[in-house]
Design a protein around this ligand. Structure first.
Ligand code: NAP
Length: 301
């Protein structure tokens, strides 16, 4: 029986593990994909205090190293259900393993939102990507489009413009949610075009993407591209555990300031939590808050 099982090994989950170990609680972190979470997709992080500039993978590795150095246990396994057992929790994983904990911290983060156009999922890996850091190199010297207006889309466009022949940035409004500095960097690039007030309405190509159809100001245009990078935000990734949670209108898990959900002993931290600002800094802050609240919960039992 662990003191706390943390579901999700991103910045929130790994920070929670470090804080729990500092408080001498046993902690297991379950991660289904890659430790470090979404940040591993960011080529360069320049707003994490104390790091002038660091790659997302390096930061993720450091967070993992720090949690393990403190004695946290980690497993690459996907949690698929939580059950109540005798005043504690059992977490079942897809591998068939299960782990028991006095308390659980859900730090499952968020997953990329789809555009919702036909063939989008079928073309993933054949022209459609959600990760420029992971897949950008496949499009070296080719023409690509990026869809979205947040920091992810802007960062993706900057990264791709360094190696691709041409980048079209397609955004549904005429102003950006992401940082002005990134927009300025893109405006200075000769191989970047902006398509504003524009929406991708179709993906063209059978086995491989060859073009996107875009609606702009009531007119439709075809843009020939080899790759489309979809960066239109994220959705919370906790549907397997929704029955334990109260969700807000957007589907994020509601909690108090102390990250406690409606279920005693079950806490939530990071991007899957209902809150105003989803950033690395707020994810690690949640991790610390949830861990200390879980310690108080366990000590009070
Ligand atoms: P985001 O900030 O939520 O931006 C999503 C963008 O996609 C918005 O511009 C939105 O348009 C657009 N969008 C949403 N649904 C759409 C749809 N169905 N069709 C077309 N466009 C759609 O998401 P994000 O860029 O992934 O960033 C998530 C968080 O991580 C943000 O807080 C961001 O600042 C942070 N982040 C930080 C870094 C870093 O280096 N520190 C890097 C990346 C991301 P509207 O603007 O019109 O709503």
């Amino acid at each position: 029986m662990y003191d706390v099982i943390i579901i999700g090994g991103g910045p929130a989950g790994l920070t929670a593990a470090t804080y729990l170990r500092r408080a001498e609680k046993t902690a297991l972190v379950l991660e289904k994909n890659a430790f470090g979470g979404q940040i591993t997709w960011s080529p360069r992080v320049e707003n994490f205090p104390g790091f002038v500039s660091v790659s997302g993978t390096e930061l993720g590795d450091k967070l993992l190293e720090q949690a393990m150095e403190q004695g946290a246990e980690v497993e690459l396994d996907e949690a698929e259900a939580i059950e109540a057992i005798d005043g504690a929790f059992r977490v079942r994983c897809v591998s068939g393993e299960s782990f028991d904990g006095r308390s659980v911290i859900l730090a499952t983060g968020a997953r990329p939102r789809l555009l919702g156009v036909e063939n989008e999922e079928a073309l993933v890996g054949s022209g459609v990507s959600f990760c420029a850091v992971c897949d950008g190199a496949f499009y070296k010297g080719r023409r690509v489009a990026v869809c979205g207006g947040g920091n992810s889309a802007l960062q993706d466009a900057v990264l791709l413009s360094d190696s691709c022949e041409h980048v079209t940035l397609i955004h549904r409004r005429d102003s950006f949610r992401g940082e002005v500095k990134l927009v300025e960097t893109l405006r200075e690039k000769e191989n970047v075009d902006f398509m504003l007030n524009a929406s991708v309405t179709a993906l063209l190509g059978e086995d491989e993407l060859r073009a996107v159809r875009v609606e702009q100001d009531g007119a439709e245009k075809e843009i020939a591209v080899d790759g489309l990078f979809v960066a239109v935000g994220h959705e919370p990734d906790h549907s397997a555990f929704a029955s334990w949670l109260e969700l807000d209108k957007a589907g994020y898990a509601a909690s108090g300031e102390n990250c406690l959900t409606k279920t005693p002993g079950l806490f939530v931290a990071g991007d899957c939590r209902s809150k105003g600002v989803r950033q690395l800094t707020t994810a690690v802050a949640d991790g610390a808050v949830a861990a200390l609240a879980a310690c108080r919960w366990i000590d009070g039992q």
